[in-house]
Design a protein around this ligand. Structure first.
Ligand SMILES: *Cc1c(COP(=O)(O)O)cnc(C)c1O
Length: 478
């Protein structure tokens, strides 16, 4: 293809009409993606060699038509992914983003939105503060909780734990055998050494209990050590288990511990009127949830709240000479704030735009109903597994997660079944390990999933595992 002549305006310009036309192309491709997803594979992967043969080569020297690159993006690069928004993507944690959130993100990108200092982005900071305030109140977090948006659960938890470390000083931190792996990484990176991290065993339902925490704290006290922070989980990634938060809050209060709750996965379930079993959020010191998991946002977006007034700013504020003109300096749950002083990021994407637009457009009851559908779908999955004599339920439905096993199959065969289902393309699911046993896991948080999607997926698992029957279990085509 021949090189294009330089544009009339600046060296990077696109003609406005050309930009409009290409923008429409991007919108059309996105709509096509969303409307044909159900008929395409849930996960597509290829080798590096195959991908780089199309996407790599020497760094271009001549200007090329944008279409060429856009088509490679859409047809090749963005096609080879886990499609977390696919209605039969049940692997790991899906990412069923919503069209309204996509629009909010696009507009913020187009307008080069930043949410850093107050002076540098008062409108974007207000979106973030308002959205965090709406969610704080709907979740029943303390009214004094101050929040900030991050790239996801890993950074949100790291922000909370860095704050806990700064406020509490060194000491022993308690996690469970079901705590998300990124928490261990954060603790190590923040300076906790292995001798200061206690992994407390969970109960038969994979929950951290107040009794188990109390015993571990008492043992450390007796040894002259200083208990400091407990990390609880509201919706574990493995089984959707919710730790005994009220019991943990009591132990934390008795021993002066910082109670951090990781709701990166399950947190949105607490928006329901009955909180789906996530009680006690009014007693936490910090809380995290990931809207890019179960609050219908495109990547990336995590929320963290810290309930001790001023603690985020005490941990993260900086006032260099080149920023003072833009800073508001204030803090508090509401009111002017320099959001770069509440976490690790200085130049920050205005992640509040998509979240605010989602909350403002759909309203809370619609979003809660969409979350609740995920809770129900896991119950449907549990019933389907229980009704199939080739399968057995391992952990019952909990916050959108059901785990199960194929009767008589060993660990390696379970991993093979997960790979076979995914390779088939009809659906995607993953294995996990519970109490040393490899099992299959369905995470069902996409409100576009139908009962029939689950019925066919469970039947496909059973058929591939036992070599009997076809797709959908009844020989029907997808
Ligand atoms: C996914 C997850 C995390 C990490 O969140 P990211 O957004 O992937 O960084 C932390 N904790 C739990 C419980 C999770 O499910």
């Amino acid at each position: 293809m021949t090189a294009l002549p330089p544009p009339a305006g600046g060296p990077l310009d696109l003609d406005p009409e050309e930009l409009r036309r290409l923008g429409h192309w991007v919108v059309d491709r996105t709509v096509e993606h969303l409307t044909t997803l159900r008929d395409r594979p849930a996960i597509t992967t290829a080798s590096y060699d195959d991908l780089v043969a199309v996407l790599g080569g020497a760094l271009p020297v001549d200007r090329r038509p944008v279409e060429e690159g856009l088509e490679l993006l859409a047809d090749v690069a963005l096609e080879h992914q886990q499609h977390g928004d696919h209605p039969r993507y049940f692997a790991r944690v899906p990412g069923p983003s919503s069209p309204v959130a996509i629009l909010g993100d696009w507009l913020a990108t187009g307008m080069q939105a930043i949410a850093s200092s107050w002076g540098g982005g008062s409108g974007t900071a207000t979106l973030e503060l308002v959205a965090l305030g709406w969610l704080r109140d709907a979740l029943g977090l303390p009214a004094a909780a101050e929040g900030v948006l991050c790239s996801g659960g890993s950074m949100a938890n790291t922000t909370a734990l860095a704050t806990a470390r700064a406020e509490m000083g060194p000491g022993i931190v308690y996690v469970s055998d079901q705590t998300h792996s990124s928490i261990g990484r954060s603790l190590r990176a923040l300076g906790w050494d292995a001798a200061e991290i206690r992994v407390v065993p969970t109960d038969a339902s994979y929950r951290l209990t107040g009794a188990a925490l109390g015993a571990a704290v008492a043992a450390d006290r007796a040894a002259g050590l200083r208990p400091s922070v407990v990390v609880a989980t509201a919706g574990s990634t493995n089984t959707g288990a919710v730790d005994e938060l009220v019991g943990l809050a009591e132990v934390a209060a008795e021993h002066g511990l910082w109670l951090h709750v990781d709701g990166a996965y399950g947190g949105p379930a607490a928006l329901a009127a009955d909180r789906n079993g996530i009680a006690g959020l009014d007693r936490v010191d910090s809380f995290v949830l990931d809207p890019h998991k179960w609050l219908f946002q495109p990547y990336d977006l995590g929320c963290v709240w810290v309930c001790r007034p001023g603690a985020l700013e005490r941990t993260f504020a900086m006032h260099p000479e080149y920023l003072v003109d833009a800073q508001a300096g204030g803090h508090g749950p509401d009111g002017e704030a320099d959001l770069h002083n509440r976490g690790f990021e200085l130049s920050r994407r205005a992640r509040g735009a998509k979240l605010w637009l989602t909350l403002r457009t759909y309203g809370l009851p619609t979003l809660v109903a969409a979350v609740q559908r995920g809770v129900e779908l896991a119950e449907v999955a549990e019933r389907l597994v229980a009704a199939d004599e080739r399968l057995e339920v391992v952990t019952p439905a909990s916050l959108g997660v059901t785990t199960f096993a194929v009767v008589g199959l060993d660990d390696a065969a379970h991993r093979r079944v997960a790979a076979d289902v995914t390779a088939d393309g009809f659906a995607a699911l993953t294995s996990t390990v519970l109490s040393g046993r490899t099992v299959l896991r369905l995470c069902t948080i996409n409100p576009a999933t139908t009962d029939d999607d689950l019925r066919r997926t469970v039947a496909l698992v059973a058929a591939l595992a036992t070599g009997v029957g076809g797709r959908g279990g009844d020989g029907s085509p997808r």
